[in-house]
Design a protein around this ligand. Structure first.
Ligand code: TYM
Length: 354
């Protein structure tokens, strides 16, 4: 049989809530493009990773199923892409163990996600009581590296916030190969222009745990309420650049207004966006229409996704059916990687897998 020369794409999303616009424009949009370009795409739900925050069994199950239904509603197609659940591929945990042996703890402690979480917890009143800083949280990037390396990924489409984690995976693969021989495929870095969508509160990142998201399943009423609630009382700051480039203009705006412009640029036709840039430059009073226009575009974007999510063919039963079939498709490649690593390290073969 001829070998498959297509590029291998891998990415995942934690099932810690509904998919939001950061997830969509940072990741899902690229998932769809790559799927349609005919690459070998592996898209999974990172349910092991979600255990660093979710503690309720039924929450995790429900959110995993709903996230898979949202994947399908967005256009991810289990017949074209291998869509699976991370915990259906337990050999990922074995590769995590092996990679953990070559990973320096200091390196993990310097990870920005870990440091941010640590800073947040120590600044909260209860401090570190209850020890929410688990071994799993510190080792998060090792598990993520295992996800990537186990399928021999060439590319990892993610938003800018995951850049450092992908870099860590690259370093782990290089280190492993240097020590044990060329076993692991080294994936490409995240491109420089990867997106980081700001939150509706004007913070640098829209994120599920920050209560600042616009979600793909938000109905028109919710969309309007969320957008109307965005703080726009600050006076516009003059734009020093007369460039059309949103990356030059938007950072000069007050942050929450900038978040609205960023969304408008992603969703509305160029002339609508440019019209509002013109209004901004001329110092007109336009915040009300900016918000209603943006809300209309968001609701228009959400409508087919909400419809797809509720479609009769997109149920818990159909999702569970393709999960079973797709877990099998990814298992062969994954076991091949783990067995090659074990052999390279001088460990025994897993006889029960032979
Ligand atoms: P997660 O679940 O936080 O986010 C899923 C994807 O959405 C992107 N994203 C954003 N992009 C731009 N702007 C934002 N505001 C924004 N918020 C989220 C993320 O960059 C990501 O692409 N650790 C990962 C899940 C994971 C994974 C992996 C990803 C586990 N193993 C292996 C790739 C490869 C995470 O927590 O993503």
């Amino acid at each position: 049989m001829a070998t498959d020369k297509r590029e291998i794409i891998l990415s995942g999303i934690r099932p810690t809530g509904r998919l939001h616009y950061g997830n969509y424009f940072g990741a899902i949009r690229a998932f769809l493009d790559l799927q349609e370009q005919g690459h070998r795409c592996y898209y999974f739900i990172a349910d092991y990773h979600a255990l660093t925050t979710i503690t309720e069994r039924m929450d995790l199950y429900r959110q995993t199923i709903d996230m898979l239904r949202t994947y399908v509603a967005c256009g991810l197609d289990p017949a074209k892409s291998v869509i699976y659940r991370q915990s259906d591929l337990p050999c990922t945990a074995e590769l995590t163990l092996l990679l953990g042996m070559i990973t320096n703890i200091g390196h993990l402690e310097r990870g920005t996600t870990y440091k941010d979480k640590m800073a947040k917890l120590t600044s909260e009143s209860e401090g570190l009581e209850g020890n929410p800083l688990s071994y799993g949280l510190l080792g998060y990037p090792v598990l993520m590296a295992a996800d990537i390396l186990i399928v021999k990924a060439d590319k990892v489409p993610v938003g800018d916030d995951q850049r450092q984690h992908v870099e860590m995976a690259i370093e782990m693969a290089r280190k492993f190969n240097h020590r044990f021989g060329e076993v692991l495929k080294v994936p490409a870095s995240v491109p420089r222009n990867a997106l980081r969508l700001p939150g509706l509160d004007g913070s640098a990142k829209m994120g599920k745990s920050d209560n600042n998201t616009l979600d793909l399943l938000d109905d028109p009423k919710t969309v309007l309420a969320k957008i109307k609630g965005v703080q726009t009382t600050t006076d516009p700051l003059p734009l020093s650049s007369d460039s059309d480039d949103p990356d030059a203009i938007i950072p000069q705006m007050p942050p929450s207004l900038g978040a609205l412009y960023r969304m408008l640029h992603l969703l509305a036709p160029e002339d609508v966006y440019q019209d509002f840039v013109g209004k901004y430059r001329r110092g007109e009073k336009f915040y009300g229409t900016l918000k209603t226009t943006l809300a209309e575009h968001v609701s228009k974007f959400n409508a087919p996704i909400i419809e797809g999510f509720n479609a009769p063919g997109n149920t818990e039963a159909t999702v569970c059916e393709f999960l079973r079939a797709n877990a099998e498709k990814v298992t062969e490649t994954a076991l091949d990687t783990v067995e090659s690593c074990k052999a390279a390290m001088g460990l025994g073969r897993s006889l029960f897998r032979a």
